[in-house]
Design a protein around this ligand. Sequence first.
Ligand code: ZN
Length: 338
Amino acid sequence: MIILDITRLIVLLNIYRMESDNMNKKMLISWFSIYLSITLIMICGITVLDRADDDRQFAKNAVAEEESTDNKYIENNTQVIDKEVEKIEKETFVENNANDKEKETINVDDVVVHMGNGKADRTNVGARIFTDVDPDKPMVAITFDDGPDAKSTNLILDALDEYDARATFFVVGYKIPDAETTVKRAYDIGCEIGSHTYDHVNLTTLNKSQRRIQLNNTKKMITAITGQKRVLLRPPYGATNEEIIKEIDTPIILWSIDTEDWITRDPEKTVDNVMKDVRDGSIILMHDSYEETAEATIELIKRLTDEGYQLVTVSELGYHKFGGLARGVRYGAMYGDE
Ligand code: ZN
């Protein structure tokens, strides 16, 4: 382009030289200036267009590259987890129902949560609701994050089993292979198993593919061990945003009482933090990776039971307080319709 214009310029200068004697010089100079301006504008315009084209191509390449990296990432991670799930299925199969208390449950496959505006939600399909709860008496859900831990989680399960109480364990995927029989035991004594992601990561810092791996892989492992159809999510740090809420096909469970057990590591303080705020519908946050928490749980079960609270799973609490839990809704407490 530039070469073409330089050629034209040379040609013009030659014409000017040849014809300057018998032409009106002023006319030729104005004509020449106009020509030069137009050429300059054309050069600038084409450069800008070229650059925009380059930018578009660059952005396209970047997206394609990211998509292919994401697909590889999903594929690699899925293969690893599928192998793990296969192993879990083999190992826990023999123990299936060995410890099951075989309590009676309500079939909630047909429970539909009405969301208003004619919308309904069927995410309650598969929730396990036991019949030994009196819906007119107060109830709370104790929840444990960051496990399973073959040692401390089992101490907690001993206590729950002894008092015929239930809790919900939000497990971290990468810890499951070291304690899969513990997870199975929890489920068999009536507890609910929820997901706390695979690597205990803040979901808001990940892209969509990474989030999918964090959620799907943990869910697959939980389903392989327990057969649970629905797996509730407790996001690490309670961190979510509107984009994540739209993506997630399960209710999101936060808490109403933070025991701070992992900070104080003091069973007495943990119990006090619950007893001063507890009420019908509370969701209590604890962490089963500490033996001090196991110690606190034993005391807590006694105190709460003495005060007339029934200790239920999160899904049970949701069922009795709201008729079920809906996807994409964050629950911090379940006081029911007040
Ligand atoms: Zn956590």
